[in-house]
Write a protein that binds this ligand. Structure first.
Ligand SMILES: NC(=O)c1ccc[n+]([C@@H]2O[C@H](COP(=O)([O-])OP(=O)(O)OC[C@H]3O[C@@H](n4cnc5c(N)ncnc54)[C@H](O)[C@@H]3O)[C@@H](O)[C@H]2O)c1
Length: 274
């Protein structure tokens, strides 16, 4: 297929849902060959089927991105299937230790706000570590093992999904905020270290986006109204808003852009960006 990502082999972690799924579909529309990598294989296969029904090419892989050997297997399976890796979006993530991504029709209401270990003073070490393992170490492992494959061919482009929460503190989410601030710094370190291998590394920091992750909250009208009021563009983001930013950063249009972060957040943190 022709397009802005024509023939580019693209791994999307967290590709089974939300932002990752939107990246799979949008990149495929622009001609990419897609590896849908996710801890939930059944949902990943459904996204690979969606790509195929739209005329694209995709495989689904099962991976827990916090496990080094599984991430290594993901990267080598992608190369086995398609010959190389050109692009990667590291979107796999959790909002808190017990988070399970779900389809809209199986949404469980408001578990996030019912948890009693949200505040730093009560946070259990195991919950803190799980968030850091998936959201930060998982992104580091994805960058490392994908970069090792990219370095063997013509380089490539990596985009890490951070968050506005990596820039501004959210009450009751210290583990999440710290993990996302870490992803931003990892992105800058990766950019300067991997440039010599022809690999660009950038980040995207979404504002409030309509996905499973915000789902518990978005079923709460008062919460949604509050977030819309806070957002200068007066709406929540769609997964496609984020996929389009990732697409730009992975495409050749961004060939001189590395170590950068883009905040598609409707202006939410415009006054505190620098
Ligand atoms: N939705 C928002 O408002 C928002 C805002 C800022 C940042 N983000 C970030 O965007 C990314 C995508 O989240 P989303 O909103 O699309 O949520 P989502 O729940 O729809 O998607 C997350 C995906 O990651 C997968 N996943 C979770 N843990 C994994 C693991 N260990 N290994 C592999 N896959 C795993 C899930 O199965 C799911 O498919 C996350 O990193 C999240 O922190 C989301």
């Amino acid at each position: 297929m022709t397009g802005r990502m024509s023939e580019k082999v693209s791994i999307i972690t967290g590709g089974a849902s939300g932002i990752g799924r939107a990246c799979c579909l949008r990149f495929a529309e622009e001609g990419a060959k897609i590896v849908v990598a996710d801890i939930n294989l059944e949902r990943a296969e459904a996204v690979a089927d969606e790509v195929a029904s739209a005329g694209g090419e995709a495989i689904a892989l099962n991976v827990d991105t916090s496990m080094p050997e599984e991430v290594a297997a993901m990267a080598s399976s992608a190369v086995e299937a398609f010959g190389r890796i050109d692009a990667c979006v590291a979107a796999a993530g959790i909002s808190h230790a017990g988070y399970i991504s779900r389809d809209a029709d199986e949404q469980v209401s408001a578990d996030r706000h019912d948890r009693n270990d949200m505040m730093l003073i009560d946070k259990s070490l195991s919950n803190w570590q799980r968030v850091l393992d998936v959201n930060l170490t998982g992104v580091m492992l994805t960058n490392q093992l994908v970069a090792q494959q990219m370095a063997k061919s013509e380089g490539g482009a990596i985009v890490n999904i951070a968050s506005v929460a990596g820039k501004t503190a959210l009450m009751g989410a210290s583990d999440y905020c710290v993990s996302k601030a870490g992803v931003w710094m990892l992105t800058k370190c990766g950019a300067i270290e991997l440039a010599r291998h022809g690999i660009r590394v950038n980040a995207v920091g979404p504002g409030y986006i309509k996905t499973s992750m915000s789902g518990a909250a978005t079923s709460n009208e008062a919460w949604v109204e509050g977030r819309i009021k806070e957002t200068p563009l007066r709406r929540l983001g769609e997964p496609l808003d984020i996929a389009n930013a990732c697409l730009y950063l992975c495409s050749d249009e961004a060939s001189f852009v590395t170590g950068e972060i883009i905040f598609p957040d409707g202006g939410l943190i415009a006054d505190s960006r620098s």
